[in-house]
Ligand binder design. Sequence first.
Ligand code: MN
Ligand code: MN
Length: 296
Amino acid sequence: MYLRIDKLQIELPAAPYPDPAAAAAVQDLLGGRFGEMSTLMNYTYQSFNMRGRDAIRPFYELVASIAAEELGHIELVSATINSLLTGATGEGDPSSAPLKGAAGAPNRDQFLNRGNASLVAGAMNAPWQGDYVFNSGELVLDLLHNFFLESGARMGKARVYEMTDNPTARHMIGYLLVRGGVHQVAYAKALEEITGVSVTKMLPIPRIENSKFPDTKRFEEQGMHHKLYSFSPADYKNLAAIWHGPHPYGDGDVEVVSGTPEGGPQVDLPAQPSNFAPGYDPGELAEIAARLMRHM
Ligand code: MN
Ligand code: MN
């Protein structure tokens, strides 16, 4: 079962200006073929479906705990897109066409079918699909797929980083590059333990170091590139069977952390009344909520 914590995995600075172009590009990191929905659902279903898991506990726990982290990644990428879309529509009565600017936005669906918000789709609006999940049931094949998936995901992050200089998008991508790097190494180490093949020698894929992306620095300074979190208050105690020893990049030892990252506050973005989010008269809804909470 799941425990939900009303925080983001990191502190996310508000977007300094509306940026629909960045929001459309970042959308690929959420619902594209190699986006966070894919990593989330691949590891989630692999963990749900793993047979004989008690006998192969460390491998089960690795996939299960990374799946939990990915759930927080879709939350974080959504928060980033929503922040980038805040203020991207105008204000005023419907007769003044306040959404006119959105008619030319690179992803109109973020406005038409959401209230300036994220979609479960890629940059060109292809819906995320269950076909993106690979789960053969054969452990080595699934781990090899996960290594490939994290590598494709890292390529996507690098490209979106190069596509936008928006500081909020880059801050978030810096974090994802660091965490995806951990997952790449984790699946490589797991494959090495089973097969003896030096999979970590293939890293990094793509062949560029995190240091070339300056927004990774603040997270690496916190040692996040070495940490694998259990994402559970008490369970998944066998991660260190795989996640131990020197990091392949030679900058210290890796480390298992029981629980979650400290995280940052949940983001409360302002209402976008002209797009009816959360309503055309948000003040009225707030009064109703205040009245309800007086009974508590
Ligand atoms: Mn991720
Ligand atoms: Mn990942």
